[in-house]
Design a protein around this ligand. Structure first.
Ligand code: SAM
Ligand code: SF4
Ligand code: F3S
Length: 443
């Protein structure tokens, strides 16, 4: 059987798309996935261009993959995702070893594109045929009790620093019935926890079966009510659409995990305006305050960009203060990377790279200390953990995620995989917790 090696860069939407690529290649071309480069007949790189480094990684990887083509000319190389979408035809000028270029919205056309490439014809398709992709993909395969479901494509926010609206196209919501059907089918096949995905997942809006309008908060209520679904997560949400009805859902829907990822990017209103984020620091803090009133145990994580053009020391201090005030948990932070074609790339930037890196190090140290403090406060508590499989640190142990998204490692038996178990936290480590299984008969 021919084998496909699919490598994923970037966000969870790309992870979801890569899983769909494996499904489509299996269904239409009888290809099986492999993790062994030397046995691959097809390499697919599902790429990310959010920062320059992510994009450059792809080109150096392509350089190394050319080796397999030299060994065996019938080996095919395809590039999908955001670099493909941004570069299109020009990608093949820089990397002529590439046979197929496809975008995030055209991965369902992979079988035809591969046939085309096999016949020696150019195979480039980075168009945005909106929701057609989902109508043409096979039923998602199930791998464990946790699954991702994309409910939105694209982004229409056009933050001044970001490539995503250009690489993924405008925001399009998947139809209500499609989403419910996909999740019900996953639940029938043993899935217990669903993560709804979108670049602005809470911007989702579509009519329901009777034609009445539904927003993201209502969709969450329907998803949580599906038989078998015991926990619901979503990512990434945007402060602009974090509505009161969504906050209310956190108060009332038990299945919603006690964690949200809500990127703030900066704590300075001046920088937020230049980023075109569409909210102020006070508005962000007010969302978190209401959310904590609705769900006191909720953990909030965030993303930050440090060293946006013109960011002063004072702006940066405001970012650090905000992160502390709202007690953000396990967050991500990056040095600003100018992206070609985005408005911010044209801005004058007086801050040196050394200063930006020093600010990033300071913020990361603070965020790390905050996350460590929150982890420490979990010691002694009992957490409801969906057991995912053997621990990455020690294959004798099992690992799963607590409601706040922290990984917990513990000693257990293989039958627990795929089920919820109660684990008492005994130790907080840098990026995970350790715990002991609690016999439900004793609690
Ligand atoms: N849609 C999400 C939102 O609005 O918060 C974020 C999606 S983006 C793919 C993930 C993160 O990458 C962003 O939250 C931001 O912190 C970071 N990012 C995006 N563009 C960047 C750039 N040009 N330089 C550095 N970091 C960037
Ligand atoms: Fe990029 Fe902004 Fe859209 Fe997020 S909301 S994907 S940061 S443009
Ligand atoms: Fe990267 Fe595209 Fe996701 S730029 S972060 S793969 S949407």
């Amino acid at each position: 059987m021919p084998r496909a090696y699919v490598e994923t860069y970037g966000c969870q939407m790309n992870e979801y798309d890569s899983a769909r690529m494996r499904d489509v290649l299996h269904e239409h071309l009888g290809m099986v996935p492999t993790t062994e480069e030397s046995e691959a007949d097809l390499f697919l790189l599902n790429t990310c261009s959010v920062r320059e480094k992510a994009q450059e990684k792809v080109f150096s990887r392509l350089g190394r993959l050319a080796h397999y083509k030299r060994l065996s000319p019938e080996v095919l190389i395809g590039v999908g995702g955001c670099v493909a979408s941004q570069e299109g035809e020009t990608l093949r000028q820089r990397a002529p070893q590439v046979d197929v270029v496809f975008g995030p919205q055209t991965l369902h056309r992979l079988p035809e594109l591969i046939e085309q490439a096999r016949a020696g014809r150019t195979a480039v398709d980075i168009s945005f045929p909106e929701i057609e992709k989902f109508d043409n993909l096979p039923e998602p395969s199930v791998d464990g009790a946790q699954a991702f479901v994309s409910i939105m494509e694209g982004c229409s926010k056009f933050c001044s620093f970001c490539v995503v609206p250009y690489t993924r196209g405008k925001e399009v919501s998947r139809p209500f019935d499609d989403i419910i059907r996909e999740i019900a089918s996953l639940a029938d096949r043993g899935v217990r926890e669903i993560t709804l995905l979108g670049q602005n997942v809470n911007a989702w809006a579509a009519p329901m079966h009777d034609g009445s309008p539904a927003d993201f908060a209502l969709l969450l209520r329907f998803v949580a009510a599906i038989d078998g679904i015991e926990r619901v997560r979503y990512t990434t949400s945007h402060p602009r659409e974090f509505t009161d009805s969504l906050i209310q859902a956190h108060a009332e829907v038990e299945e919603l995990a006690s964690h949200v990822h809500l990127p703030v990017q900066s704590g300075s209103d001046r920088v937020l305006a230049a980023m075109k984020r569409g909210y102020t620091a006070i508005e962000y803090k007010s969302i978190i305050r209401k959310l904590r009133a609705a769900r006191p145990d909720i953990a909030v994580s965030s993303d930050f960009i440090v060293g946006f053009p013109g960011e002063t020391e004072d702006d940066f201090e405001q970012t650090c203060r905000l992160a502390k005030e709202v007690q953000l948990d396990q967050s991500f932070s990056f040095v600003y990377s100018p992206r070609p074609g985005t408005p911010a790339a044209e801005l004058q930037d007086g801050v040196s790279l050394a200063d930006k890196k020093a600010r990033l190090a300071r913020l990361q140290e603070q965020l790390e200390a905050q996350a460590q403090g929150i982890a420490q406060s979990r010691v002694g508590t009992v957490q409801r953990v969906l057991v995912e499989g053997p621990s990455r640190r020690n294959s004798e142990e099992l690992a799963g995620r607590a409601p706040d998204n922290r990984v917990i490692n513990f000693v257990g038996s293989a039958e627990m995989i795929g089920s919820f178990q109660s684990i008492q936290v005994t130790e907080a480590r840098a990026h995970s917790l350790r715990g002991e299984w609690v016999d439900p008969g004793l609690s």
